[in-house]
Design a protein around this ligand. Structure first.
Ligand SMILES: NC(=O)c1ccc[n+]([C@@H]2O[C@H](COP(=O)([O-])OP(=O)(O)OC[C@H]3O[C@@H](n4cnc5c(N)ncnc54)[C@H](OP(=O)(O)O)[C@@H]3O)[C@@H](O)[C@H]2O)c1
Length: 227
């Protein structure tokens, strides 16, 4: 089982869920044991590998927990697509770059900083709508595809990460529908929870994670999200 101790690293620490993770971890581990990066404060740009290499060269592990809480729903300004007729190539490239390629680069540069002494976890925030099997409604093709790609990246990387460090695993977490900037256009339409509540639930899920869970995507209630 995962034990929350040691040091933690957070990417996207100024986002809604990222800042709730930051507060939670600073409270439990001590501020000095939490290193956090955000676009506004540390020039962290997930789509720019040079920026990630620079951060990686100055960030010394080991970390018991690494959390990537960055992500976008849409970059077009028109909202996620309701029909395939609304697909825009540039938006699709941008969203893929932030939601899938960026996390792959983080895994490349930071998974080697996971603790070797006891179970350590690299978490990427994913989404239930990235599940191909669970897709009953259609729509949101770019966002769904970016999270499905992220899930494949998590699964593939997880096998290699554990092979290289048998105490390290990599998983995805779906936070539920959370009241943040991300969902600002949906707050009145769907039931949502606060970022603090979501992080409390996600941290309870994390504290039940075992080695055998490597590569899976879990929802805030601990259930496994199907591929
Ligand atoms: N909220 C929900 O209901 C919900 C549901 C399912 C999944 N999720 C997932 O949870 C994660 C966090 O969502 P959230 O609700 O906390 O959203 P949020 O409040 O909008 O935070 C997203 C964070 O991503 C950062 N970011 C975006 N593009 C970036 C880039 N190019 N380089 C570096 N950082 C970048 C933002 O930085 P700035 O602050 O600088 O803009 C922000 O800190 C996302 O992956 C999202 O897909 C959220």
């Amino acid at each position: 089982m995962f034990r929350l101790e040691g040091r933690a690293l957070i990417f996207g620490s100024k986002g809604g869920i990222g800042s709730a993770f930051n507060d939670y971890l600073c409270d439990k581990l001590g501020r000095e044991n939490v290193i956090s990066f955000s676009r506004s404060e540390q020039d962290f740009e997930i789509t720019d590998e040079k920026s990630l290499e620079e951060i990686a060269s100055k960030t010394f592990g080991p970390f018991r927990l690494i959390i990537n809480s960055t992500g976008v729903l849409d970059t077009s300004g028109f909202g996620p697509e309701k029909t395939i007729n609304s697909i825009r190539k540039d938006t699709m490239l941008e969203v893929m770059s932030i939601n899938a390629i960026g996390p792959a680069l983080l895994l490349k540069h930071f998974s080697k900083k996971l603790d070797r002494e006891s179970l350590s976890i690299f978490v990427n925030l994913s989404a239930r709508v990235g599940s191909i099997e669970d897709n009953k409604l259609g729509g949101w093709i770019t966002y769904r595809a970016s999270k499905a790609a992220l899930n494949q990246i998590i699964k593939t990387a997880s096998i290699e990460i554990q092979r290289k460090n048998n105490n390290a695993i990599c998983i995805g977490l779906h936070p539920g529908t959370v009241k943040t900037q991300f969902t600002k256009n949906y707050h009145n339409r769907v039931e949502s929870v606060s970022a603090e509540r979501s992080v409390d639930m996600l941290m309870s899920v994390l504290q039940r994670i075992k080695y055998a869970d490597n590569g899976q995507v879990f929802a805030y209630d601990g259930s496994v999200i199907p591929w």
